[in-house]
Design a protein around this ligand. Structure first.
Ligand SMILES: O=C(O)CCC(=O)C(=O)O
Length: 320
């Protein structure tokens, strides 16, 4: 990790008003996340653990990746190094009927996929692409940062999207602490803390919000509980690293072609391990069985429950 200056010196917190352009095209984002995630150059590990890990608060590091080979990433470079690799790509349609929640839309070579992004493709994304297993040359471009997290070096994963791509609001099934290391053009990440899950229109047995809720342009008439959310917005530029604490919801808008490597760490506390096991071996399996045996009836039931439960929580939270 580069030598850290004091947090006071490096912290470039900005108020929502002087970072207004982040909200100009999507003013509804301000109502969900009027506070920007603080930006720092680097932080000493003990300060990061105290102020962000222990208290579950996101932060953007602006100086962590300057000396990484990945700082040179561009579409041309990625095509040259790994353009021949076959990659599953995902669209933004919700899974229907008996389809698995995480089924790929198609398989392309990485080179073909990047060509499509350059030609304006905005729906197809690469999601959780295992770099060590599939493109170890690209994994070599990472320098593991010593920020105070015990990062799991066997699972660096890559996310790629084109200008206009969006990632549905979700939280990660493995409840990892995530360092999202971003390269390429700007992207915005809306973050909501787990304490606000009751207003998220979470679909039961999934890790996502109801597909119809558009977090970029929230419709408070149709989904009134969104008014109860108070999130944060991170605007990532080339080289920035976003710390997403365990369990935080995130929704992503790609403003340009971008590549993000997620480096992950897990809390060893038994309660955390139990929650991860429940997600992977309970919730996910029940959902697969429900889809397999009930198909669209399972989806319709859960979507209706997402609305009724959230709106009940919203009504209860209102003064009588
Ligand atoms: O940036 C993206 O494309 C998605 C990132 C994400 O969902 C994650 O890191 O869990």
């Amino acid at each position: 990790m580069p030598e850290a200056s004091t947090p006071e010196a490096t912290c470039r917190e900005a108020s929502a008003s002087d970072r207004g352009s982040e909200y100009d095209d999507l003013p509804g984002l301000r109502s969900l996340a009027g506070t920007p995630v603080p930006r720092v150059g680097t932080l000493p590990a003990d300060v990061f653990r105290r102020d962000h890990v222990a208290s579950s608060r996101p932060v953007v590091f602006t100086e962590l990746t300057r000396d990484w080979p990945a700082y040179q990433w561009s579409t041309e470079y990625l095509k040259k190094v790994a353009g021949d690799r076959e990659v599953p790509v995902y669209d933004s349609q919700p899974a229907r009927d008996r389809q698995h929640q995480h089924a790929a839309a198609t398989i392309l070579t990485f080179g073909e996929y990047l060509d499509r992004l350059e030609n304006g493709e905005k729906d197809l994304r690469m999601f959780f692409y295992h770099l060590l297993a599939n493109a170890p040359e690209l994994a070599d471009d990472i320098r593991w940062p010593d920020v105070g997290l015990k990062l799991f070096k066997r699972l660096p994963v890559l996310f790629v999207g084109g200008r206009g791509a969006r990632v549905q609001m979700h939280f990660d099934i493995d409840l990892a602490q995530n360092l999202l290391c971003h390269f390429g053009g700007r992207k915005r990440v809306l973050l909501i803390p787990p304490e606000q899950t009751r207003f998220m229109y979470r679909v039961p047995y999934s890790f996502s919000s109801l597909f119809d809720v558009d977090f970029a342009e929230p419709d408070l008439q149709r989904f009134p509980a969104l008014a109860g959310l108070d999130g944060q917005l991170a605007t990532l530029e080339h080289g920035d690293v976003l710390y997403i604490p365990s369990g935080w919801w995130h929704f992503v808008v790609y403003d340009d072609i971008g590549f993000s490597i997620s480096l992950r760490a897990w809390g060893k506390h038994p309660a955390n391990v139990a929650r991860i096991a429940r997600n992977i071996f309970g919730t996910r399996i029940i959902d697969s069985l429900g889809r397999r045996f009930l198909g669209e009836r399972w989806n319709a039931r859960n979507e209706a429950l997402a609305i009724s439960r959230t709106e009940r929580a919203w009504r209860r939270s209102q003064p009588t």
